[in-house]
Design a protein around this ligand. Structure first.
Ligand code: SAH
Length: 197
């Protein structure tokens, strides 16, 4: 059997995305049962979510299934696929830890749940938005696993749109709700990259 480096990257990406959903699914189910007290869902936020879905799932999924857009392919090298697998695994690990830490406070959009608690432990002790850190890692992992310029850019762009359309609003919502407690939390943490940003 002769399997190409590019195909190994594609198989690993598929395994990664399935694992992503296995982590997320129980929280989606549980979230339906926790009452929403205040919602800041907006059309802008829906655009961000759609961009992330497109860039991190639909564009790479279509690429793996059909090879489109083939013109943007470049040769896959073993070190790229290895690095991509490592970064994607880090993304999944971070993603799982953030879900465990947020628990019933998690929402797909901007919401305050009944008895919402400010979480500042585990990955939240290091940065304020570790779940978005995991999306960024996913985008970088995707870039290295799938050797196609369009697919690589799509993941990073999808992350960037979700993040920049949302993060200011999310922090304002948390400030409104948790006041000085969130202000103090902001003073001791960065947004997505520990000690940097
Ligand atoms: N931005 C965070 C959480 C993403 S989930 C991260 O990247 O890890 C989005 C929901 O989490 C929003 O509805 C918001 O109300 C809630 N949230 C964000 N930060 C929180 C925190 N530190 N504690 C509790 N809930 C938080």
């Amino acid at each position: 059997m002769n399997i190409s480096v590019a195909s190994i990257g594609e198989i690993l990406w598929v395994i990664g995305i399935v694992a992503w959903y296995v982590v997320r699914y129980p929280f989606e189910r549980r979230a339906r049962r926790v009452r929403v007290m205040s919602s800041r869902r907006s059309p802008t936020d829906t655009v961000g979510l759609a961009a992330a879905l497109l860039g991190l799932a639909i564009v790479p999924g279509l690429y793996v299934a059909t090879g489109i857009p083939r013109f943007a392919d470049y040769p896959a090298l073993p070190w790229m696929v290895g690095l991509g697998a490592l970064i994607f695994a880090m993304a999944l690990w971070t993603f799982r830890r953030t879900h465990k830490a947020l628990g019933r406070n998690w929402s797909i959009s901007l919401e305050i749940r009944e008895k919402h608690q400010l979480i500042s432990n585990g990955p939240y002790a290091l940065v304020r938005h570790p779940m978005y850190t995991s999306f960024l890692l996913m985008g970088i992992g995707q870039m290295f696993l799938l050797s196609n310029w369009v697919v690589g850019l799509a993941g990073i762009l999808g992350f960037a749109l979700l993040f920049f359309l949302r993060v200011g609003k999310e922090e304002r919502l948390m400030l409104e709700f948790f006041g000085p407690e969130y202000r103090a939390y902001m003073d001791r943490t960065k947004r997505i990259i520990p000690y940097l940003y």
